[in-house]
Design a binder for this molecule. Structure first.
Ligand code: AOF
Ligand code: ZN
Length: 347
């Protein structure tokens, strides 16, 4: 059977969970029966929402009663190793054993320490043929936030900024200036809705006074993360208006009336690694870092980033705060209205 064809379909189904399953991975499953007349899909499913049934369960449920007797001769294509743990649902590996499918083809192994190979072992011990690694790169790309969280014990970090064609990110003295156009701004709101958290540094919170919510797109507001090492930010800023969950990281004691969850870090230790460890502990899978230049540069210098999204506007400023230098591997470049958007990946 054409493994890549059915795995492509399973990956396509997985993407239907985008935005609804985080911090779980997106997972799809296709059940294929093969006989002399050729292969035919008898069931399909995907993980649809966090806490809900896994892809395999939905695929098995979708099989028509008259096709159920075909399952023992069917192949299950799953984009992630079937789970072996009792989580919010019983183990999917047990379900596939119970249905006695003849073969399971997997795209990615599950790095979750609760699973980590035990799902595959369970299937093999039950006499089911198992093949892994089919379209593995595509699966890792689809669930790159999940794999980073599991393997590196930190959130996936997306750095975003807009610069002028003469390389400035802000006006002289850090004054806010409008650099990118309305289409780029709308796209940024879409990105805010796509990530569970959004972060700004002290100067950006103070000078731009951003709300950090989703207004120009549909979707959930992300958790706001504000860095205020010295604890000097006024509580009158939009980020402290209490309108959405907000985390503030500082070396100081928080003011008593703060409308945010304040986390005091150890000033004798590295700020960024403590910050990322705390976010990981809170199961925040990815963070969109929206500036300013000091915060962006600290992620770049520590080599703790995964993606850079840079708008270059045709505007010129002549003077101001220089933008960071993009690095990594350029993966796409396109025009967004008058602005050129370049996306880089660390690996
Ligand atoms: C599968 N199929 O469709 C998904 C899997 O909290 P729970 O019980 O939903 O378990 C979440 C974990 O299960 C998640 O971190 C990942 O390891 C695995 N996800 N496994 O067999 C699925 N979504
Ligand atoms: Zn499962």
């Amino acid at each position: 059977m054409n493994h890549e064809l059915y795995m492509t379909r399973a990956l396509e189904l997985a993407t239907l969970g985008r935005g609804f399953v985080s911090p779980n991975p997106m997972v799809g499953c296709v059940l294929v029966y093969d006989d002399r007349t050729g292969p035919r899909i008898i069931g399909e499913g995907w993980h649809q929402r966090y806490g809900g049934p896994h892809a395999e369960v939905n695929a098995v449920r979708s099989v028509r009663p008259e096709d159920e007797h075909l399952l023992p001769q069917a192949t299950a294509y799953v984009t992630l190793e079937p789970c072996s743990h009792y989580g919010k649902t019983p183990p999917c590996a047990d379900l596939l054993v119970e249905k006695r499918v003849s073969r399971v083809v997997v795209c990615n192994d599950d790095p979750n320490p609760l699973v980590a190979g035990r799902g595959l072992t369970r299937l093999r011990e039950a006499g089911i043929a198992v093949e892994t690694g089919v379209l593995a790169e595509r699966g890792r790309e689809l669930n790159r936030r999940f794999f980073t969280q599991m393997e590196q014990q930190r959130p996936y970090i997306l750095l975003k900024w807009a610069e002028t064609s003469d390389g400035f990110i802000g006006g002289p003295g850090g004054q806010p200036v409008s650099i990118s156009g309305p289409l780029a701004q709308r796209l940024v709101h879409r990105w805010r809705a796509e990530e569970p958290a959004i972060m700004v540094g002290t100067n950006t919170a103070r000078n731009d006074n951003p709300s950090l919510n989703v207004r120009l797109w549909h979707g959930l507001n992300p958790t706001r993360i504000v860095i205020d090492k010295m604890g000097t930010l006024p509580q009158s800023l939009h980020v402290f208006d209490g309108s959405q969950p907000t985390l503030c990281y500082t070396y100081n004691e928080p003011p008593a009336d703060m409308q945010a969850t304040c986390v005091t870090l150890n000033s004798g230790k590295d700020f960024l690694s403590q910050l990322l460890a705390d976010l990981h502990h809170r199961h925040i899978q990815s963070v969109l870092v929206e500036g300013g230049v000091a915060l962006l540069s600290s992620f770049i210098q520590a080599n703790l980033w995964d993606e850079m999204r840079v708008f270059r506007s045709p505007k010129m400023l002549g003077a101001g705060v220089p933008a960071p230098a993009p690095s990594g591997r350029l993966v796409s470049r396109e025009m967004v209205g008058p602005d050129e958007l370049s996306i880089y990946r660390a690996r």
